[in-house]
Design a protein around this ligand. Structure first.
Ligand code: HEM
Length: 209
């Protein structure tokens, strides 16, 4: 018997990833008897699913250059949908933060305006990048502006993740792990870009010879 393994790509991949985020959130909320604590746990969990999806999109092209493989090529091809699934996961993060604020009236007064700045800037870029991730909107703003927005947005989000994990290290040494992963991903991306540039220069030289 030739069993068919379902392959997810494009919107079906986005749908699958988003469904998994929703399922995880529902399970956390359903199985924790304390709704306030459950919401807080779900906030942390969605930050982690967002982190995993962000890392895949952030390092895809670097891995495709440094260690070409069917997986790294697939990641590059599906980068847009992985990015949109990241945005969806962070939409759930935002919805849970809102719910938590409603359930726990001490939440917002306990935060400072300065403390909300990195996350708010992060959300601003997520919204702008999501809105410009469709053919019509990409065409509307033009290739150059699209590239400037998406390249700077990825670095802003990398900075927010680095900071969010770094500031929690005093609370638990475990945060060294995601902080280290984010730092390594930045190194991989920079080396990947340099390798891409070197490859381009070598090809140009060959063509002009
Ligand atoms: C103003 C906007 C935001 C607010 C109010 C906010 C709020 C929160 C809260 C309440 C937690 C749980 C903290 C805990 O229980 O220890 C959390 C966790 C987290 N958030 Fe957000 N967040 C915001 C935006 C963002 C953005 C834009 C990012 C990343 C791009 C992000 C990344 C994280 C990370 C990495 C964690 C830690 C997850 C973990 O414990 O592993 N947040 N956030």
């Amino acid at each position: 018997m030739n069993a068919q393994i379902p392959r997810y790509h494009g919107w079906s991949l986005f749908g699958l990833l988003s469904l998994l985020v929703l399922l995880m959130t529902a399970l956390i909320l359903a199985f924790n008897p304390d709704l306030i604590e459950a919401t807080r746990t779900a906030i942390r969990a969605t930050a982690r699913t967002s982190f995993a999806l962000f890392l895949a999109a952030f390092t895809a092209s670097a891995f495709a250059v440094l260690v070409p493989s069917p997986l790294s090529k697939t990641l590059v091809r599906e980068r847009r949908f992985i990015g949109l699934a990241f945005a969806f996961s962070h939409l759930v993060h935002a919805a849970l933060i809102y719910t938590y604020g409603q359930l726990n009236p001490e939440f917002w007064p306990g935060r400072t305006t300065v403390g909300n700045i990195p996350g708010s800037i992060g959300y601003l870029f997520i919204i702008l990048m999501t809105l410009t991730s469709f053919k019509t909107t990409t065409r509307l703003i033009g290739r150059k502006a699209w590239k400037a927005l998406h390249v700077s947005g990825m670095w802003v989000l990398a900075a927010v993740f680095t900071y969010s994990n770094f500031k929690r290290i005093p609370l638990s040494a475990w945060y060294v792990l995601p902080f280290g992963i984010m730092f390594s991903a930045i190194v991989v991306r920079v080396i990947g870009k340099l390798a891409q540039k070197a490859k381009r220069v070598a090809t140009d030289r060959k063509l002009t010879q």
